[in-house]
Design a protein around this ligand. Sequence first.
Ligand code: FMN
Length: 174
Amino acid sequence: MREINYKEMKFNPFNLIGDEWMLISAGNEKTGCNTMTASWGHLGSIWGSNDPTAVVYIRQSRYTKQFVDAETHFTLCVMDKSFKKQMGYLGSVSGRDEDKIAKAGLTPVFSDQSVYFQEAKLVLICKKVYVQNLQESGFVEKATLDKFYANGDMHTMYIGKIEKVLVRDDEYIA
Ligand SMILES: Cc1cc2nc3c(=O)[nH]c(=O)nc-3n(C[C@H](O)[C@H](O)[C@H](O)COP(=O)(O)O)c2cc1C
């Protein structure tokens, strides 16, 4: 993979996150790593126009959360369409119960204080800069709270500063 400047990127973030999905991963070579599928998140800027950031939301029950919490960095990997079935699997089974990464045929690359997958076509390496649990009191529309959090398994929001963008080919380059 090769590194590009984030300003060279070209894609529709709604399609990329909402439809193509991404893998949130964290860990290190010594203690291991985990990954999960995510389709909720944001890309943009905060705290300076040259500080690109990614926001992800991870429920407290996810095993991946333990890894993201323990590490300084996490990564976001976008996979080729041919991995859609594996993405479904990685988003429905917990790494607590199975060696999901091996079963999905993914090869972890431990680099840049985090982990990503050799098979990814786009990788965002993110440094955690802000972590906050979503609060019940913050929901303007209570119906959203009732619909998504009836069992109290709230999401934690992670803002990551995008430190590096890696691409496999020219698909995401303007
Ligand atoms: C398409 C898709 C999108 C998902 N998006 C999210 C998400 O944004 N946040 C989240 O907490 N869980 C999300 N999930 C659920 C987790 O990926 C799933 O619970 C996973 O099995 C957690 O694995 P873990 O316990 O190994 O971390 C999504 C699942 C799928 C299939």
